[in-house]
Design a protein around this ligand. Structure first.
Ligand SMILES: O=P(O)(O)OP(=O)(O)OP(=O)(O)OC[C@H]1O[C@@H](n2cnc3c(O)ncnc32)[C@H](O)[C@@H]1O
Ligand SMILES: [Mg+2]
Length: 215
């Protein structure tokens, strides 16, 4: 990574307060010889309002707020779950789907409640008897902002899967326990960080961002 905005950074600021994201970025960027710090290390930075209409807009908002506050380049991730049976919701509202301050388990419980309420089903079962409820997609928008130039480098990634009526695996975070990968015959929460990074929305977005940076 010679000659781009991250070359001089041995520690990359990731503008997030989500520990699950921090772990995934730390794992991925370690291979490039980079450490990671996050907004959890800078409690003096006020909460950043995520009021954009798109994942990309919210990623830019978070990257700019952190980069301007700290005076160094900052990488932000805005991500979420689009569920086909819900017309693409919760989408950009994924973090606050079950209300402001919702926990991952609140959000997962609400997702199962809502899908059950509309009788969503794909009419298929897994060998363990769990039911496939709806196709879904994780989306990740990344924005890297350089306060020295005011410029952004952006990338997006997605991964397709299916929401199941019961959890599989205890890795990952957020909606991972309910996200089944038919193409692998495993839940995304059953994957190691390495395996998740190789196929996930975040992994795909990061690969695309690094390709852009190398150009
Ligand atoms: O805004 P920051 O501080 O980065 O942290 P956040 O958790 O609020 O992150 P978002 O605003 O981007 O909201 C993302 C939502 O989508 C969920 N999500 C994102 N990536 C995920 C992944 O890889 N696996 C499962 N759920 C994920 C996550 O749990 C949140 O509910
Ligand atoms: Mg957020």
């Amino acid at each position: 990574m010679a000659g781009n905005v991250l070359s001089g950074q041995s520690v990359i600021v990731v503008a997030t307060k989500n520990k699950g994201k921090v772990k995934e970025f730390a794992h991925a960027l370690e291979k490039l010889g980079k450490g990671v710090s996050s907004l959890l290390d800078y409690p003096e930075i006020p909460d950043i309002p995520e009021d954009g209409d798109t994942f990309a807009a919210n990623a830019r908002i978070k990257a700019k707020a952190a980069g301007d506050a700290l005076g160094v380049p900052a990488l932000a991730d805005d991500s979420g779950l689009r569920v086909e049976a819900l017309g693409g919701r919760p989408g950009v509202y994924s973090a606050r789907y079950a209300g402001e301050g919702a926990t991952d388990s609140d959000n997962n419980a609400k997702l199962l409640r809502e899908l059950s309420g509309i009788g969503a089903t794909l009419g298929e079962e897994l060998p363990d008897g769990s039911k496939l409820l709806s196709r879904a997609q994780f989306v990740c928008a990344l924005a890297l902002y350089d306060p020295a130039t005011g410029e952004f480098v952006e990338a997006e990634g997605t991964v397709d899967g299916v929401i199941t009526d019961r959890p599989h695996g205890d890795g990952g975070f957020g909606y991972d326990p309910l996200f089944w990968l038919p193409q692998l015959g495993r839940g995304i929460a059953e994957l190691t960080k390495e395996e998740k990074g190789a196929i996930s929305h975040r992994g795909e977005a990061l690969k695309a961002l690094l390709v852009k940076l190398e150009r």
